[in-house]
Design a protein around this ligand. Structure first.
Ligand code: ZN
Ligand code: ZN
Length: 376
């Protein structure tokens, strides 16, 4: 498995471009006698594995995509593709599901029913899960429940943590354009200043999290981009300011509250300064929230195989499109601890990140135990 993982690491591919990865996955699954369907959501692969006769079916999901980053690990199996890097450990996720597939394929007597092995494209930003669901994933490959695992370097190696409710936040993008009347920098009274409006908007924005959302709930609104004027013309008050950022919440009501207030604050600030605001809120990912029954199954599956089990891990404000699967079917998502003294640079999306191969057998044991319990 270490060889497979390091091969995937060496050849990272962006979302919907995982042609080599998907081909390797399909080839290995077929080699173990597993029925393979390719081309779901472009580069997605589903392996269908039958055990003893049984009516139940479950889905296990691994994501396959890498990031548009330049790797700085200096490892001998570092990315060979400039500007592409497995910096979220999806090379490890793909490998663990392959490892589980091989074991399950040679131990079909140990479970009754069907395991759908879902190899998903484009988890990072491009919404591969939604495309799979829209292309009839669960109609073509019915499941009673769907499960996901993600590595977490902040947890000790081999620990399995299953959040009770919210696991990850919604991840949305917002934009606001303030349009005033540009003027001479020395004569502001002859125009309307979009930069002043933008400054007030940014300050007021933080009142959403600080003053409007319940302090015991979670809300994040961050400005990620600002564009206005020309550095060669500091004596010009620009006519427009464009702002763009991200918003995160753990529940739909708070997500809706943020969406509504960003628009209202933009309009109110524009009115105050006698100019125009055009706010836009783009819903990208819903919060990932575990279903109670399936979270309990994951805890049971971890007990006995994992180095340690946490059944109350706090949520994280990153986003995950596994939420698309959970909107369609019951299921749950667990963190696999990959904290490893050999890999001190344990931060996702960091150019020094590397999945800890020592975690591979822990993930495989967890997957196999989950199948044996769910399809007993
Ligand atoms: Zn990621
Ligand atoms: Zn990831």
């Amino acid at each position: 498995m270490t060889a497979w993982r390091q091969d995937f690491h060496r050849h990272p591919e962006l979302g919907f471009e995982e042609h080599r990865t998907a081909a390797r996955v399909a080839e290995r699954l077929r080699g173990w006698g597993i029925a393979v369907t390719e081309g779901i959501a472009g580069t997605g692969v589903v392996g269908t594995l039958q055990g003893r006769p049984g009516n139940r079916a479950i889905g296990l999901r691994a994501d396959m995509d890498a990031l548009a980053m330049t790797e700085a690990t200096g490892l001998d199996y570092a990315s060979e593709t400039p500007g592409r890097m497995h910096a979220c450990g999806h090379d490890g996720h793909t490998t663990m599901l392959l490892g589980a597939a091989e074991w399950l394929a040679s131990n079909r007597h140990r479970f009754a029913g069907t395991v759908q092995l879902i190899f998903q494209p484009a988890e990072e930003s491009l919404g591969g899960a939604r495309v799979m669901v829209e292309q009839g994933l669960f109609e073509r490959f019915p499941v009673d429940a769907v499960y996901g695992i993600h590595n977490l370097p902040g947890l000790p190696l081999g620990t399995i943590a299953v959040p009770k409710g919210p696991v990850l936040a919604s991840s949305d993008t917002w934009e606001v354009t303030f349009t005033g009347a540009g003027t001479h920098g020395a004569k502001p009274h002859l125009g309307t200043d979009a930069t002043l409006a933008a400054a007030q908007f940014i300050t007021a924005l933080q009142a959403i999290a600080a003053r409007e959302v319940d302090p015991l709930a979670t809300a994040v609104v961050s400005v990620g981009h600002m564009a206005a004027g020309n550095p060669a013309a500091p004596n010009v008050i620009p006519a427009t300011v464009f702002l763009k950022g991200t918003a995160r919440a753990l529940t739909e009501p708070v997500r809706g509250q943020i969406e509504a207030r960003i628009g209202e604050i933009a309009q109110a600030v524009a009115t105050l300064h006698r100019l125009r605001a055009e706010p836009r809120y783009i819903r990208r990912l819903s919060p990932t929230v575990n279903h109670a029954a399936q979270a309990a199954v994951m805890v049971q599956a971890a007990t006995g195989t994992a180095a340690a089990v946490q059944d109350d891990h706090p949520p994280i404000t990153a986003g995950e499109d596994f939420s698309e699967f959970l909107a369609a079917r019951p299921g749950a998502y667990a963190w696999l601890g990959t904290g490893d003294p050999a890999h001190p640079e344990g931060v996702h999306h960091n150019p020094h990140f590397d999945f800890a191969d020592a975690a591979l057998p822990h993930g495989v044991a967890f997957w196999c135990n989950l199948v044996e319990r769910e399809l007993a």
